[in-house]
Design a protein around this ligand. Structure first.
Ligand code: ZN
Length: 495
């Protein structure tokens, strides 16, 4: 092998090892770390992030990549893709000074702790200075990137390569209009009005919820030998290394909360497990984009977990655990009952993307500087009223509900909506490829679905972009129409 390539791969491996170690610290911070440990943890994480950034942006690494980038014809097709992507990544990373990265990590690590407390105490004011500092740093970050177009574009591009405000404004306004229209139609239908919530009012013992959550994770194929499930305030998943995948869930009164979170997070982990193992220390073995990552979690959570074939298999288990009086049809209706919810991760399918659009609009304005942090609770509540017709009584159920801003993840939220749309496109493509697959799903055999995803999405790693995967697998790039058709057909049949 080319000597330069060998050196590049060695550095890539070290970067992966470091970044997975930071991931492990993050996982620990959100699961088992004692609350008073946050100062020391912030120091450690900032220190490791500094080393990671220095290593990634070192002259040595950049020069090696640059040399091959200028001599692409000497490489095979896979190496070409790797060097081109590395070159783009490094050119962007090099724009951020190491001190900046260190400061951002320290700030967000402390802010995470402040957010947890503020959410528990319903005290936005105590979180405000942390968020103000983060916004200041994020605005600075976008100035460092200096991408043409909107200042938010540079941040968006970290999660979704090439995505811009110009594209999202247009896509989201179309999506918003169609979702609001469909929601109104369903809401005014007689059948929907006559549906009463009975079964979901029952008592759902927490230990049984946890049992079923563990069961579904296993049924999906995420086995104990290479994963574990723990509890965190905000469910998440993380890859600590090959064959070491962590997911977290949380239990609330709604029996579908833990169960849905388990399916969602296991979906992320199965994607990580399906990435090409031989490229585990290379950029090519990474997820191609966050929207594709979310398409995997939403595929399991929604397209599988909120539809009939899956409940043919799981209803008897739920009936046994919670005594649902053998009312499968009623249960399915209640699960999919359409009602505005204050909380994004408890939202029904029709309202979900509206939650995302609300956050996108606020983030964009915060980064461009047209609104300020101190006005966020008020603006949040006004937007809730405008989009959902309800607004929260407490900030814990409003602006403080999500972890993302405390972690500095500005530009992440849009990927939830993009991933949700992608998931519906992937499901339709799977049905076309395997017309009998719903029979498998209804028998609890989910391995055919997993294999299809691995073969059509996972195995490409980062060697194809999100759009390339979607076109190759479904024949289309992002397609709002397919998503709205799916919702429309399902909900008009139900209600
Ligand atoms: Zn997710």
């Amino acid at each position: 092998m080319n000597k330069d390539l060998e050196k590049i791969n060695k550095i890539q491996k070290e970067l992966t090892l470091l970044s997975q170690t930071i991931g492990l610290l993050e996982w620990d911070q959100q699961t088992y770390m004692p609350s008073q440990g946050h100062e020391a943890r912030a120091e450690k994480m900032a220190f490791l992030s500094k080393i990671l950034h220095e290593k990634k942006t070192s002259q040595e690494f950049y020069q090696l990549v640059e040399k091959l980038f200028n001599d692409l014809k000497s490489l095979d097709s896979k190496e070409k893709i790797m060097i081109t992507k590395l070159h783009k990544d490094l050119t962007k990373s090099k724009k951020l000074p190491t001190e900046f990265v260190e400061e951002l990590t320290k700030t967000t690590s402390k802010a995470f702790n402040a957010w947890q407390k503020a959410k528990a105490d319903n005290d936005f004011k105590s979180f405000q200075p942390h968020l103000e500092k983060i916004i200041k740093l994020k605005r600075k970050e976008s100035r460092y990137y200096a991408m043409p177009g909107h200042p938010y574009d540079g941040l968006l591009d970290d999660y979704e390569e090439g995505m811009t405000v110009e594209i999202l404004d247009q896509k989201f306004s179309e999506l918003k209009e169609k979702l609001v229209k469909l929601t109104k139609e369903i809401d005014s239908s007689q059948k929907h009005k006559q549906t009463k919530i009975e079964l979901l009012k029952k008592d759902f013992p927490k230990e049984k919820q946890i049992e079923l959550s563990n069961d579904v994770v296993k049924t999906m194929g995420l086995l104990k030998e290479f994963s574990r499930t723990d509890f965190a305030e905000h469910p998440f998943s993380i890859k600590v290394g090959q064959n070491d995948l962590r997911i977290t869930i949380n239990v609330r009164d709604d029996p579908l909360f833990a169960f849905g979170a388990a399916m969602h997070e296991a979906g992320h982990s199965l994607y990580e497990a399906g990435l090409p193992e031989k490229d585990q220390f290379s950029i090519l073995g990474e997820a191609t984009s966050y929207a594709i990552h979310e398409s995997q979690s939403r595929f399991w959570e929604n397209m599988i977990g909120l539809n009939k074939p899956f409940w043919d298999y799981y209803f008897p288990k739920f009936d046994k655990a919670f005594n649902l009086e053998n009312k499968k049809e009623q249960w399915f209706k209640e699960l999919n009952y359409v009602k505005p919810n204050l909380i994004r991760i408890e939202s029904d399918e029709l309202h979900y993307c509206l939650h995302v659009i609300l956050r996108y609009e606020l983030e964009k304005s915060l980064i461009e500087g047209s609104i300020e942090v101190k006005d966020l609770p008020k603006l949040w509540n006004e937007k809730m009223q405008e989009l959902f017709g309800i607004s929260p009584e407490t900030d814990s159920q409003g602006v403080l509900q999500d972890v993302h801003w405390s972690s500095g993840y500005f530009g992440y939220f849009p990927t939830y909506a993009l991933g949700t749309i992608y998931a519906s496109q992937l499901y339709q493509a799977m049905l076309k490829d395997l017309p009998n697959i719903e029979e498998d799903i209804s028998k609890g055999n989910l391995s055919t679905s997993l294999n299809w995803l691995t073969e059509n999405v996972h195995k490409y790693g980062r060697s194809l972009t999100a759009e390339e995967i979607m076109i190759k697998t479904t024949g289309k790039p992002l397609d709002i129409e397919t998503y709205i058709d799916y919702l429309s057909k399902k909900y008009k049949e139900l209600y």
